[in-house]
Write a protein that binds this ligand. Structure first.
Ligand code: GLY
Length: 376
């Protein structure tokens, strides 16, 4: 295959699989390694919110255009991957409600509204009657809300399975339970990967190992500290099961303390804590209590619903909560990690930007503020 390269991707989450698929579509040979079951890490644990607008907070204004760019890619991306794989990835365009139930909440809503308006995004204010007309099962304590018509959801697990299928159908090799323990370089150029005692020659490597990206020996360094500057930010999650014919919630719903994501099949995903506990995956009673209590506050009918599942995930957060994309100080070694709370939302954008960069050597303008070099 003339002009075609061989790529080795470390990490089979939505970033690694998305990049792998895009590279394979353009005729390149790709192998994706995962230390566990492909797609069953942070991508599986997520909630699948595509909330570029409501999930942006004061202080994150510089990231907002990147998030909005990612959001805009979703309709075409959903069509492309669904047509290609024949799989439904649970994209629901209901918009998102951010509800106020406590006295202090009104101030938080006002702050979010003002912040977004200053950055060119206008949300709708809903008074109590309008919120309850849209979501009749909300607590009477909800006295006002913001409505973001552009924030939606995708079923992140269905997305991960679809990306896996798309990769396989495009010729990508996916190796589950194949931990890469070391990235080896020679003369400043990546040369090989060590995986379970094997040394695999590798000239073009992409590090997409999420929160574990700094744990691999030989991972690229910047000037100070443990590197790359990415760490795990634990999230506790729950799912309840609603009757899909009579759901008690249809929009994605936020309060300042919890979010609820109703799937098409009646599953109600509830999240998520933000806990700085290293690589701990333990489910702690206090975290579960917090999610249940806050859900009850806003949606009291939840107490009759069966508990379907509880789990934790580890978000890959960087030192400035923005992604880390593109080149590293080691030639042939690129990186895509640090998605923080937005890994699912960023999937199509990161896949496209990284594949273009890997093929052409040019990093797209929207990714340029997010290289590893900014930490140096
Ligand atoms: N994007 C939701 C979360 O990180 O919990």
């Amino acid at each position: 295959m003339s002009g075609k390269k061989e790529f080795h991707i470390i990490g089979a989450g939505v970033a690694g699989l998305g990049i792998g698929w895009r590279l394979a579509q353009r005729g390149h040979r790709v192998t994706v390694f995962d230390k566990g079951e492909a797609g069953k890490g942070a991508s599986w644990a997520a909630a699948g919110m595509l909330a570029s607008i409501l999930e942006s907070e004061p202080g994150e204004e510089s990231l907002l255009p990147f998030l909005l760019e990612a959001q805009n890619l979703w309709p075409d991306f959903v069509k492309e991957i669904s047509d290609f794989t024949g799989l439904d990835i649970g994209y629901r365009q209901t918009g998102t409600i951010f509800a106020a139930c406590e006295r202090d909440d009104a101030g938080i809503l006002r702050q979010r509204y003002d912040f977004l308006q200053k950055n060119g995004v206008t949300l709708e204010w809903l008074e109590r009657e309008t919120v309850r007309a849209r979501e009749p099962f909300l607590s009477p304590r909800v006295y006002s809300a913001l409505y973001s018509p552009g924030d939606h959801q995708v079923d992140n697990r269905a997305l991960t399975l679809a990306l896996h299928a798309a990769c396989l159908a495009s010729g990508v090799t996916i190796r589950s339970h194949a931990p890469v323990s070391e990235i080896m370089s020679e003369g400043g150029h990546v040369a090989a990967l060590r995986c379970m005692g094997d040394m695999i020659p590798a000239q073009n490597v992409v590090l997409c190992a999420g929160a574990w990206s700094a744990e691999i020996r030989g991972a690229p360094e910047v000037n100070s500290g443990n590197l790359p500057p990415v760490y795990p930010l634990k999230g506790q999650m729950l799912a309840l099961q609603m009757d899909p014919k009579h759901p008690i919630l249809t929009h994605v719903l936020w309060t300042p303390r919890v979010y609820l994501v109703p799937r098409k099949d009646g599953r109600l995903v509830i999240g998520a804590t933000m806990e700085d506990r290293g690589f701990e995956s333990l489910q702690r009673a206090g975290s579960v209590l917090h999610l249940l209590r806050e859900t009850f506050e806003v949606l009291p009918g939840m107490e009759e619903l069966p508990l379907a599942e509880s789990w934790t995930g580890l978000r890959p957060s960087s030192r400035d909560d923005a992604p880390i994309l593109g080149p590293t100080g080691i030639k042939g070694l690129s990186i895509a990690t640090g998605q923080h709370r937005h890994g699912i939302l960023m999937t199509p954008l990161i896949a496209g930007l990284m594949a273009d960069y890997l093929i052409t050597g040019k990093l797209g303008a929207s990714a340029r503020p997010y290289t590893l070099a900014r930490f140096g």
